[in-house]
Structures are given as structure tokens and as C-alpha cells.
Design a protein around this ligand. Sequence first.
Ligand code: F0G
Length: 450
Amino acid sequence: MQDAGTKLEQGSAQLRCIGCGSVLQSAGRNFRCPDCDDLLEVTYPGWKCADTALRPQDLKASWTERRKSSAYVDQSGVWRFRELLPVPSAPASLVSLSEGNTPVYELPNCARSTGVEALFAKHQGMNPTGSFKDTGMTVAATFARLEGFRWVACASTGNTSASMAAYAARGGMRSVVLIPEGQVSWGKLSQALDYGAVTCQLKTDFDGCMRVLNEVVQRIPVCLLNSVNPYRLEGQKTAAIELLEQFNWEAPDHIIVPGGNLGNSSAIGKACMEMKELGLISRLPKISIIQAEGANPLVRAMRENGGKKLSPMRADTMATAIRIGNPASWKKAVRVLEATGGTVEQVSEVEIALAKAEIGADGVGCEPASAVTLAGLKKLVKQGFIKRNESVVLILTGHMLKDPDFTIKFHRGDLFPDKKDDAAILKEQQRAPIVLDASVEAVLKALEQA
Ligand code: F0G
């Protein structure tokens, strides 16, 4: 096993502390600044040098050209954009599952019910393991393996563990995941098992798992693959780059992202700021972050103190992916909100469930945590923050099949046994399975009633 911290290979990329600005040659095991303990980020001073400056038209042309290539590195919708990523010196060393290349869907019914004219979903659930985590994991797993790590580790609400276990397996590494017992959907848990992770269900919540893991990585040489690992966020940037390419480099007015540990909103915001700096886009989309009411530490921080301080809370929501009370990347997320002029909003459990069913009814579908985006959009339109004629992209983070239990309970009417007041609005979206005699008449009668 490797003991040294992770180093950047590429000359033009460096690690910098987001707090004190120190530039580091290599990261320690916890990916935090040794001076002030803040998070690190990857920066690219080479982009500003006259002789290595990146020209937007050249970048766009290469990225389009690579779509036709069958090379391993170009098949990945992450590494296709490698000019904006830290790149290992030997491309053959990439750990990739052809991630990225995800679709943008129109959501016509959701647009109508929300009252906006142009509504799109960038579906990151269409990645190899069914969530946006894969775009970051290919970069972080590649660097973990390059550094000689034989073990990788994460704490997770489920998707990170599934993704990490898959990429570890592809890269010939072992993986250990810490997940909160009873709070991870079966779909995600089953993935970690099949991909061969040592899966530890701890009797605590996600934040408790994170605390334990931070100690574990200090004691044994395992590479931490949570989103404090700045390589993860570099890979996750490509969701936004690919989205802008799909929009022909015309930024939508708004991008709406679910907020949990706040790595993804940070990554998407970083990508937009970098694309603007490089002249790939002429204006920034407003990036807004939506949390569940029961797991809303960022919403509270923004409302109570303008995002200067975040107080950890005990989180609770049925959208288990974002059941997080002490998000690691909150400062990076605040920076994105400020730079892009986005906002925060919180949504209730009923609002999440209804929004999820509506996204399903558009033939797209997603997991509960992703549906906070539509639920939040409705509120932001009502408040006038989003105008009806503005274009909006929801980032759907996880595949519908990640959490079928939630979906079945919702349609059977079992999700909110105590919410008698909401029964009528819930009923409108519920499509319970119908049990019938095996006869043609019974089926025809059921169809008549439908
Ligand atoms: N949506 C889904 C489906 C997720 O799995 C997560 C986070 C988020 C949204 C929130 O993204 O943390 O970057 O703000 N899941 C992590 C996990 C925490 O362990 O799988 P974030």
C-alpha cells in the first residue's frame, strides 16, 4: 500500500486551499489544508499563460471531433473534456466505464404544471452505475491507482458507495464503504455488494459514518474518495460542460441542483465559472440549490447568516441520498451561489414525492433526491425568482431504479400513512397496481375505468 498523499501529475494543474490560498504539491490523506484545515481545489494557472492558453474554438472543435473517436479515452464523456481536467501522463492508466455522455430531456408536462416555457433535465442517473457520482469517480479512482493505493474508501448515503465500488473493481483496487444502517436503499446497497466492496453498515447516520472514516484514513493507507477529494469534483464538472455543449454553448438561465454534501453543486458551479473565464460561454447560468426541509443546513445558513457559518444538524428525509446534516463542501457551494446569483430553497417530503411522480409521468423518472429540483423550481417560479420565459435545467442525479421501494409505496398510498390532509393531492399522481381475475373482461373493465 502507498503511504504518500495524492499528487497532481499535470504541470498546469495544482491544488490550492479554498481558505488560505496555500498551494500544495500533494494532498494529505484527508484532502485538507495542513495550515488551516479547509478544503482543497484543483486550479489551472497554465490556462492564463500566453504560450499554453486554451482557445475556446479549438476546445469546442476537439471535443466535437472526439465524439467520432473509438479510443478508450474519448469514449468517456468525462475524459473527452480532458483539457479542463487534471490528466495523468499515461492515458492508458485511466479507470473508466465510459461514463458521462448523458442525455438532456425536455419535460413538457412538468413545464406545463410548473408554468415555465422551457424545462429540461440533464439526467446524470444515466451513468454506468446509475448516478452522477461516476463522472467524478473515474478521475478520483484514476489518481488513487496512479498513486499506488490498493484500497479506496468512502462514507455514503448509497450512490457514492455503488460508484466507488465499481470503479475500484475496474481499477483492480479493493474498496471499503461505510453506510448508515437502515438508511440506504436496497438498490444502492446491492450494487456495492456485487461490485465487491467490504460493506460496513454503521449504527449511525451519514455524518457519523464520515466522522469514523476520517479517523480510519489517518490510521491506514486507504484513499478517501468522498467529494472532499478534489479530483472527484473535477470529474463532476463535466456534467455542466457537456450540458453547455448540448445547448450549443448558450447558457440556460437557470440550473437547479439537489444539495446534500454539496459537492455536486460546487462542481457544476466551478465548471460554469471556468467556462466563462475561458470564453466558452458568454454568461453564467444562475445555479440554485434545493434541499429537503429535514436536511436543510445550507438553506438555514444562507437565511440566518448569509452563508458565513453553517451549523450542523441532525438530518431526516425519505430522500435518503441527501440525508446529510453537516455537508463538507458548504463553503464551495456558497461561493457558487454568490458568483452565479443563484438561490437556495427547501421542499417538504410530500412535495418531493409529488415531483418525483411528475418526472416519472414525463417518461423520464429519477430517484427521490433528484426530484427536489422540480419541487424547488415550483417554489422559485411562484416567488418570481424564476420567470416563466426563462430556460431551466434540472440536474437529475440518480436513476429511478435506485429506490423502487419509495416509488411502490408512493403509488400504493403507503408513503404518508399519516398525511390525511394531503391525500387528495397525492391521489392525483398515484397509479397503484390493479389486482384482477385473469379474464379479458376484467382487464377491459379496468381500462374503461382508467
Ligand atoms: N442526489 C443523489 C442521488 C445523491 O446520491 C446525492 C449525494 C446528492 C443528490 C447530493 O449531492 O452530496 O454532491 O450535494 N449522495 C452522496 C452519496 C452523499 O453518498 O451517495 P451532493
